[in-house]
Design a protein around this ligand. Structure first.
Ligand code: WTA
Length: 645
């Protein structure tokens, strides 16, 4: 067996889980022995949640790219590491073997060095889903630069904010990116983000779409020229190999920005050793990966799922990972199934929103597609409804593939709660049991463990985790206090997830959704405060309040109540202008689905917006709006209900 720490039975799951809790240091150090270290650790774990301070494998040194690439060269040099499927199915696909990956990552590491990037420097990566994005990410890791990947759907303003927050001096981008029928001019967005920016020294531009770009002398360079130059340099050394920088176990590997309940995204920081261990361990165990299987995670590398389960998890396990540039519905709704058929995909990992959207096309796009290679299905990003779960099970898995419902977050680095494919029981729409090393607990508002079961025998509460698993976030970049406040201050000595959950009598967890002001739109986390700030940027807007409402495909839709000044009477035009403003400030992913113009918002006497009422109205509720007597002006509720239409 190639992964000695792969759990192979329910019984073993139980023993491993128990041992991981009783003796975390013994448990994880044994697993850590199966990785490549430049220097072993002095201490396995040290932690407290008050600061918070979490240190795994203190004293150890490693480089994650040696674990993801170099160690596979002995026996898997010619095995595909990444199979790349282009947006346009008629374009040539690319197969990147571990040998090629090694060569390209080293070459790009050299490019970064040539351009003055040093260990610890922040490199912002804003690219489409091309193999070069993988080279860029791993090239950073090779030399110890901290990558901060920004999803291609974010606007110039969002990028500018993130560049400033991370104090990034380097950018890697593309001229443009293909997404379905669209062509997104990435470099031009970067140019907008850099207006007035004094700190960015270098922008490296990879050619993908041949969209005309303006290259600023002294600042912008072409990927292709830089790579060629690096290749010539490396040739002179007689080797394609660039040594991997020794990194301390706790050195940051990357920053990834995510939304919280305040208006400003936070830069979640992950460490090198703990993150490596966890993505590998969860990949091998949750999906029950077997050597030579083809794994297809449909996420974008701009999100944590892509980081952990397209790149680091699979590559550290020596797997073959499919990377798809396009979208599930272009050129038609059979695209995922074509890819499964074409590459004989064994593991398919996608999001409920994609399943629901494809479900809407019926089974016709499945006709003639051979899905018999599939062995394991996975879902992530939001609660999956039972209807979608059963459709996935029946039409995609043909009732013979276990479905893993994986619950986790950007902050957790990898999966924390999930069944293990075919090993621990699945339960439709339930994430089920915690991975070894994870101790979830449901608490009430005051932080007391929930012990009373409801009429269905369920515990219901706010989901927290006791104690640190190896890939827990270490800080929020540049603002440790914010990390403490957000995750460790709500409840004493617990990591608070922001999610609500149920637990059945067998210990299974079902995640019910966010309990804070964060929306989950098509699996993308969006803070209501961020959207409000963006809407309020529009000159005609006096005030706004944003809530989520159930949306058949997206899971949650964005509903905005907006007060506009009396100078803006053309409602239709204003609506379009607001959408345009949000696109400018955050990006198209945050555009409200519904905008309702109102003359006032329901507020308490202390001026707090009663979102509970707004949520109910957005959900279509007109009668039972709860107690409205504490409102400053109860009349406003009636007007809003009538205006909902
Ligand atoms: C939600 C994505 C129910 C949850 C990996 C969490 C889920 C947020 C599931 C994190 C699941 C993720 N079932 N809800 N299987 N997976 N979520 O940071 O609300 O983009 O807090 O990480 O997605 O979103 P993020």
């Amino acid at each position: 067996m190639s992964y000695p720490y792969q759990i192979r039975s329910l019984e073993q799951y139980r023993t491993d889980h128990q041992r991981s809790i009783q003796d975390p240091e013994g448990f994880w150090s044994e697993i850590a022995e199966h990785f490549v270290w430049k220097k072993k650790w002095d201490k396995v774990l040290e932690w407290n949640f008050t600061e918070p301070r979490v240190r795994w494998f203190e004293g150890a040194q490693l480089n994650i790219t040696e674990n993801c690439i170099d160690r596979h060269l002995a026996d898997k040099a010619d095995q595909p590491a990444i199979i790349w499927e282009p947006n346009d199915p008629s374009e040539r696909t690319r197969t990147i073997t571990y040998a090629i990956l090694h060569k390209r990552v080293c070459q790009f590491a050299q490019v970064l060095r040539n351009n003055g990037v040093k260990k610890g420097d922040r490199v912002c990566i804003y690219m489409g889903m091309v193999p070069e994005l993988a080279y860029a990410v791993l090239g950073c890791a090779r030399i110890g630069a901290i990558h901060s990947v920004i999803f291609g759907g974010f606007s110039a303003q969002s990028i500018a904010d993130r560049l400033a927050d991370a104090q990034a001096e380097f950018i890697v981008t593309c001229d443009g990116a293909y997404r379905g029928a669209k062509d997104i001019p990435l470099k031009s967005v970067i140019d907008d983000a850099l207006v007035g920016n004094q700190s960015v020294k270098r922008v490296i531009v990879y050619t993908r779409t041949r969209t005309p770009v303006s290259m600023i002398k002294g600042r912008d360079v072409w990927w292709e020229e830089e790579m060629e130059h690096a290749a010539t340099q490396l040739e002179q050394t007689g080797s394609v190999h660039v040594p991997a920088e020794p990194m301390d176990a706790e050195d940051p590997l990357f920053i990834l920005y995510t939304s919280g309940s305040t208006g400003k995204p936070k830069g979640v920081v992950h460490s090198s050793a703990g993150y490596m261990l966890w993505t590998n361990y969860t990949f091998v165990n949750v999906f029950q990966y077997q050597p030579k299987q083809v794994h297809f995670c449909t996420a974008d590398i701009g999100w944590i799922t892509g980081h952990s389960y397209i790149l680091y998890g699979p590559l550290s396990a020596g797997a073959t990972s499919v990377m798809f540039e396009g979208i599930p519905t272009w050129p038609d709704a059979g695209r995922f199934w074509d890819i499964v058929d074409k590459y004989k995909v064994n593991i398919l990992y996608t999001a409920p929103t994609a399943i629901r959207s494809l479900m809407g096309f019926g089974t016709e796009p499945l006709e003639g597609k051979d899905l018999s290679s599939l062995q394991v299905l996975g879902t992530v990003g939001e609660p999956i409804n039972e209807e979608a779960w059963h459709w996935y099970d029946e039409h995609i898995g043909k009732k013979r593939c276990p479905i893993v419902d994986t619950w986790w977050q950007t902050e957790t680095g990898g999966v924390l709660i999930s069944n293990l494919a075919g090993i621990t029981p699945a339960k439709a729409a339930w994430a089920t049991l915690p991975l070894p090393g994870v101790q979830p607990i449901l608490v009430d508002e005051k932080g007391a463990p929930v012990t009373e079961r409801d009429e269905n025998g369920m515990l219901k509460g706010n989901l927290c985790i006791q104690g640190p698993w190896p890939s827990i976030l270490r800080t929020t970049y540049g603002d440790h206090e914010r990390c403490r406040q957000n995750y460790f201050a709500t409840y004493d000595n617990l990591y608070f997830t922001g999610d609500g959950a149920l637990q059945d009598a067998d210990g299974n967890f079902r995640i019910t959704g966010r309990v804070d002001d964060v929306l989950n739109v098509s699996g993308h986390r969006i803070g209501t405060a961020e959207v409000e700030n963006a809407i309020n940027c529009h000159a005609g807007v006096v005030e706004s309040a944003v809530v989520g409402y159930p949306h058949a495909v997206k899971g949650q839709g964005i509903y905005a109540y907006v007060i506009i000044s009396h100078f803006h009477q053309d409602a239709e035009q204003t609506r379009k202008d607001i959408l345009q403003t949000v696109t400018r400030v955050i990006g198209p992913i945050a555009k409200p689905d519904q905008i309702q113009f109102v003359s006032g918002l329901p507020k308490t006497r202390s001026g707090k917006i009663m979102r509970r009422i707004l949520r109910k109205i957005a959900e279509g509720e007109t009668e039972n709006l709860g107690d409205t007597t504490t409102l400053l002006d109860p009349g406003v509720v009636k007007e809003i209900v009538e205006g909902r239409g």
